[in-house]
Every structure is written in structure tokens, then in C-alpha cells.
Design a protein around this ligand. Structure first.
Ligand SMILES: *Cc1c(COP(=O)(O)O)cnc(C)c1O
Length: 375
């Protein structure tokens, strides 16, 4: 029997057709017809002020760091249990990540620990919506308002999820999505910056277009385009946008199929949770999620190591997730943490992710029986 991969990118079937259209259109650089369609889709489905496609979520976070106008030594409060880019985008501006611990239920930034970590140098709070399940955004936005801080949501995993009815990525001043092939809606490599604060929208366009006012020029708002600010090239070409458009058209369908897989895992694993063999994910009231990930928590690192190896032997590829950034070689030197990292250290050792991809339906029973066997 073939091994079951941890992830398998889902193609809708229209990607190549749209790429051929981009080819026929003859517009291959950024911001052509397909990019405009993707922008309009993102703005319509999320309600954000301005959506801008980027090469990656990493690029969108780098844009957010530029827009936040961080000076060297400024501090950004974020979880340590996250992907490297959450920190690096800001470290590249000379900022210092200040890690606070995560909640045991969602593995998201513990909002009750943020305020104590604020100093006169704090500029940004950076919640990461792990597994597409929202952080406690009302509390985070209230803290930010009282301390005059910018909120950037790392919603890399959060497209199509909501918090109290609001799409993730649209609640803070800015939000970043990823369309990496391991995410729900994909373009190979790709991302988007959601600019929710109208005051930042014009500068966001300029930073994305190499520090020029080219976007305004194409809209006829200025009669020549020129160098007006710092910036870089953050926009993807039309081939990527054409691929992504095929995925956006199917976003509801993709999400529904992932949710069915997630719900099936969740129901099937309830008895094992009742027996104390694992803990299932927790989705707080008021949050809807996009089934980005199905993880389980085991009782120790040793047990996880054994279960991973056993699953692999049975032909099912499972994976763990982040090495906490405060304990990574670069993090040890160039970041600090406020308060203890108890939950971060414990939960990161115990978490195991099960395969979840559109098309897994016919293999899911095998994953579950392998897991029962391994436990
Ligand atoms: C995937 C991911 C990123 C990076 O996304 P890219 O599009 O690969 O740059 C950043 N943050 C989190 C939480 C992610 O899951």
C-alpha cells in the first residue's frame, strides 16, 4: 500500500486553463486581469479596505513591518509558537520580538499576558491564528487601542475563518494570508496583505510597487510615475494570479470538503479523548474555522515520538510543528520573552498533525485505524 502523504496540494482543474488565458492576454507581469480578479474576490469576501497579492505571506508581513514604521529596537509582541516569518519580517527592520506564552486551549497568543509585556518601545501586537482558529481579538484590539499599538494579524492559516462573524485578517490594522501549497487555497508560493486601515492603503500600494506611485498612474490619478518612497517588488506575476484565481473560485467547495474531513476526525477521536489517550483541538464559541489543520495532543514528547514512528511504519505520514522561536538558535540571541513559556514548551512537544487534504476521504479510515493501533 502506498504511504499516505501528510499533505497533497489540491488542484481544481482550471489552473492551467487560466494560465493559458494569461499567456494569451500577453500581460505576464503583476496587476493584470487575474490579479485584479483576486483582489476583488478578497475585498468582496472579507470586506477589507484594500487587498494586495504578494509573493508570500512572508512578503505581506514584511510590507506590514514597513507600514508600521518600526525603528531599530522597537518591540513586537507575538507568540513563540509560530513560523519563522512572523518574527523575521520584523527582525529585518531591526525590531525585537517579545514572546509571550500561548493559551492551552487554542495554542494562540494568551491575551491575558500581553499587557504586562508592553514597554515604551512596543509598537505592534502580532496575533497568529493557529490552525485557522481565531485569537481573542476583542481583547487584543482593546489593549492595542488603549496603548496606541498597531495590530498585524498573521492569518497565514486563516482564510475563510471568522471571529464573531468577522473574517480573520480583517480585524487588525493589517492582516496577512498565505497561499503556499500547504495552505487551504494555494498558488504554490503566494500571499496577500489585507489593509484594513484606510490610512495605510495608499502607502501599501507604493511599497509593493518598488516605492513608486505606479498604481496611481495606472488609475489615471497622476500623470507620470516616479520614485516616491522606500519599497520593494512584492507583487506576483499574472501566471501565479491565474492559478490562484482557479482556487478562489472553488474556495467554498475546498473549505466544505476540508471541514467534512475535520469533523470526521473529530467525531472518530472523541472516544480516544474520553479514554484519556489524546486531546482534540478546541474551537472557542464565536469562532468558525476553515479546517486548516487537524492536530492531536499526546501526553509527552516521548509518546509523540513513538506514535509518529509507528504511524510512519504503518504508511501514514504525520508531522509535528514549530520549534518555539525563543528556543531556536537565532531567537536565543535576538529576541526576548516576557513571563514563562510553560504552555509553549509543553504543547509544542506534544502536538502531532494528521494528514488533511482534499482527496483524503478514501484514505481517512486507514489514518484512523493506524492511529488507534499506534496509541
Ligand atoms: C505558512 C505560514 C507563514 C508563511 O507563509 P508563506 O506564504 O510561506 O510565506 C507565516 N506564518 C504562519 C503562521 C504560517 O503558517
Amino acid at each position: 500500500m502506498h504511504p499516505i502523504p501528510f499533505n497533497k496540494p489540491f488542484m481544481t482543474g482550471r489552473e492551467l486553463w487560466y494560465i493559458a488565458q494569461a499567456h494569451t492576454n500577453g500581460h505576464l507581469s503583476g496587476d493584470g486581469q487575474f490579479t485584479k480578479q483576486c483582489h476583488a474576490w478578497l475585498e468582496r469576501t472579507t470586506g477589507t479596505r484594500r487587498a494586495l497579492l504578494t509573493h508570500s505571506c512572508t512578503a505581506a508581513l514584511e510590507m506590514a513591518a514597513l507600514l508600521a514604521e518600526l525603528a531599530p529596537g522597537d518591540e513586537v509582541i507575538m507568540p513563540s509558537y509560530t513560523f519563522v516569518s512572523t518574527a523575521n519580517a520584523f527582525v529585518m527592520r531591526g525590531a525585537v520580538p517579545v514572546f509571550v506564552d500561548i493559551r492551552a486551549d487554542t495554542l494562540n497568543l494568551d491575551e491575558t499576558k500581553i499587557e504586562a509585556a508592553i514597554t515604551p518601545r512596543t509598537k505592534v501586537i502580532l496575533p497568529v491564528h493557529y490552525a485557522g482558529v481565531a485569537c481573542e481579538m476583542d481583547t487584543i484590539m482593546d489593549i492595542a487601542r488603549r496603548h496606541n499599538l498597531i495590530v498585524v494579524e498573521d492569518a497565514a492559516q486563516g482564510i475563510m475563518s471568522t471571529y464573531k462573524g468577522r473574517p480573520l485578517g480583517t480585524i487588525g490594522h493589517m492582516g496577512a494570508y498565505s497561499f503556499h501549497e500547504t495552505k487551504n487555497i494555494i498558488a504554490g508560493e503566494g500571499g496577500a496583505l489585507l489593509v484594513n486601515d484606510a490610512a495605510l492603503a495608499e502607502r501599501a500600494e507604493i511599497i509593493r510597487e518598488k516605492g513608486t506611485n505606479r498604481s496611481q498612474f495606472f488609475r489615471g490619478q497622476v500623470d507620470k510615475y516616479t520614485w516616491v518612497d522606500i519599497g520593494s517588488s512584492y507583487l506576483p506575476g499574472e501566471v501565479i494570479a491565474a492559478f490562484l484565481w482557479a482556487q478562489m473560485e472553488e474556495a467554498d467547495h475546498i473549505t466544505a470538503r476540508r471541514l467534512a474531513l475535520w469533523d470526521h476526525y473529530h467525531a472518530a477521536l472523541a472516544p480516544l479523548e474520553a479514554e484519556g489517550k489524546l486531546r482534540r483541538p478546541i474551537v472557542p464559541d464565536g469562532c468558525t474555522h476553515n479546517a486548516h489543520m487537524y492536530y492531536i495532543l499526546l501526553d509527552s514528547l516521548e509518546r509523540r515520538t513513538r506514535v509518529l514512528a509507528n504511524m510512519k511504519q504503518q504508511g501514514v505520514n504525520c508531522v509535528f510543528h514549530y520549534v518555539p522561536l525563543h528556543s531556536a538558535p537565532y531567537g536565543v540571541k535576538h529576541s526576548r520573552h516576557h513571563g514563562d513559556m510553560r504552555q509553549t514548551n509543553a504543547l509544542s512537544d506534544r502536538l502531532l498533525r494528521l494528514p488533511l487534504w482534499v482527496g483524503l476521504e478514501e484514505h481517512q479510515a486507514r489514518v484512523l485505524s493506524a492511529l488507534r493501533e499506534a496509541l
